[in-house]
Design a protein around this ligand. Structure first.
Ligand code: PFF
Length: 460
């Protein structure tokens, strides 16, 4: 029995198992695909610095809060909030909506990655490095793009269904370091290209004239997404954690590791984009979800005889990172349905598969049959819309509600006591200030400024 009187739950086999699982959930397409294109789009160094500051203040604080809340209540999101009163369950429900928004489009991009890994072997590196034609042709295709999405989904669902996640996690133990080694190698290679150093400066040196509310909303949403925050996942992971493992150390490790991988991915891609496009302005104007799939193939094609092998290996490793995240997303959806509807795991899983497949097909149609829908303005797709909805709307609101809930309703002491059960919490005062004041005010200010900017009420 746990201290809260609930039956004991399945548990991690110690601190490192938790750190590894949390890192495997954190490191994914968010780092390799999403972070670099946001950094490129929002002025390089300014975005990087904003992101760094956010991760080590707000991000780590929320990571700690969610993990401790999970460990304290021994429940996943909805149950955890409900334990303090039925009227708070809505925060958990809102958080639980996020994995359902993300999983379908995550699998679409997972499909792109799978296609690229295979294409390096089948079509060869030159075919992929044609300035974006290959990519556009593929994602707008009537059959192929759906097929690869379904292949990716099938693998993720099979792993969840067969319960062989342990095997994947073991494989991840060498896949993740391999991905990092490769990213370092590719970044070093990129930096030797003529003009790349200028690109590296664009990525590393902040230019404060680039600062805007949109940039901060982008960085904030990316932080939630990348650290798997504000969607109930870390609450669930915390609920599996034993009371001996130090929470503070663990969350700083997870946050630092995730940030490191994103930083490297940016170093690998942003300077290369700079080489291809010639100036910071051009990079910012042309950066979007396609960046990884257009810029990197151009770098690989430059590598001569090794190009096919390097391209294949790289996309294979990204595929692994994406797969572990997709598995964690799918499992989260299943347990939400299971807990929420009281259905068996089988039935819940069947429903999740149906929802994710149908939603995935609809979102993918945004690139062909439904491409006339441009929800966020000319040139945007349904995928952009769902990405925006989860990261820039729902997650900030969930984070705000969570901080207000802990800061003002149940009071920070509850979480501090939970953290201190397993070790000292030296920064509890700044943490309290963060959760009670800074984080909620920051989220409100950012959202208001952003809305004001979007509707042209103010210009920055
Ligand atoms: N953090 C993952 C990434 O950056 O790719 C995305 C994610 C994975 C979110 C798993 C949530 C999750 F459960």
């Amino acid at each position: 029995m746990t201290a809260t009187g609930k039956p004991a739950r399945s548990a991690w086999s110690g601190k490192w198992a938790f750190i590894l699982a949390a890192a495997a959930s954190a490191v994914g397409l968010g780092n390799m695909w999403r972070f670099p294109y946001l950094a490129a789009k929002y002025g390089g160094g300014t975005f990087l610095l904003t992101y760094l500051l956010l991760v080590f203040t707000f991000g780590v604080s929320l990571l700690l809060l969610e993990t401790a809340l999970g460990r304290l209540t021994g429940q996943s999101a909805i149950g955890a909030f409900k334990q303090f009163g039925r009227k708070y369950a809505f925060i958990g429900i809102l958080a639980s909506a996020v994995p359902f928004i993300i999983t379908p489009y995550y699998c679409i991009i997972g499909g792109w990655v799978t296609k690229y890994a295979v294409a390096y072997l089948v079509d060869g590196p030159a075919a992929l490095a044609d300035g974006g034609g290959f990519f556009t042709g593929f994602i707008t295709s009537d059959v192929e793009s759906y097929l690869w999405m379904l292949v990716f989904m099938a693998v993720a669902f099979a792993v969840v269904a067969l319960g062989v996640k342990g095997g994947i996690e073991k494989a991840n133990l060498f896949m993740m370091p391999a991905l990092i080694v490769m990213a370092v190698g590719i970044a070093v290679y990129t930096l030797t290209m003529p003009g790349a150093l200028e690109g590296a400066l664009y990525y590393l040196v902040p230019d404060f004239s680039k600062f805007s509310p949109e940039l901060v909303v982008g960085a904030l949403g990316q932080m939630f997404y990348s650290l798997s925050l504000a969607m109930g996942i870390m609450i669930t992971y915390g609920s599996y954690l034993d009371r001996k493992s130090s929470l503070t150390q663990s969350v700083v490790r997870v946050g630092g590791f995730d940030l490191g991988v994103s930083f490297l991915a940016g170093l690998m891609i942003v300077p290369a984009a700079f080489v291809a496009m010639g100036s910071g302005e051009a990079v910012a104007a042309n950066s979007g979800p396609s960046l990884m799939f257009v810029t990197l193939p151009a770098v690989f094609a430059d590598m001569g005889g090794a190009a096919a092998a390097i391209g294949f290996l790289f996309f294979l490793l990204v595929l692994f990172a994406a797969l572990t995240s997709a598995i964690s997303l799918t499992e989260t959806c299943v347990s939400i349905v299971q807990d929420g509807a009281g259905w068996s795991r089988r039935k819940s899983f069947a429903v999740v598969i149906a929802v994710v497949v149908v939603a995935g097909i609809v979102v993918n149609m945004g690139y062909n049959g439904l491409s006339f829908i441009e929800p966020l303005g000319a040139g945007t797709s349904l995928l952009d819309f769902f990405d925006f909805l989860s990261n820039s709307v729902v997650m900030p609101i969930v984070a705000l509600l969570t901080c207000v809930f802990v800061g003002w309703v149940v009071k920070p002491k509850l979480i501090i006591d939970e953290v201190e059960r397993s070790g000292p919490f030296r920064l509890k005062k700044p943490w309290t200030v963060m959760v009670k004041y800074i984080a909620p005010v920051l989220v409100v200010v950012i959202l208001v400024a952003y809305v004001a900017q979007t509707f042209g009420i103010v210009t920055f």
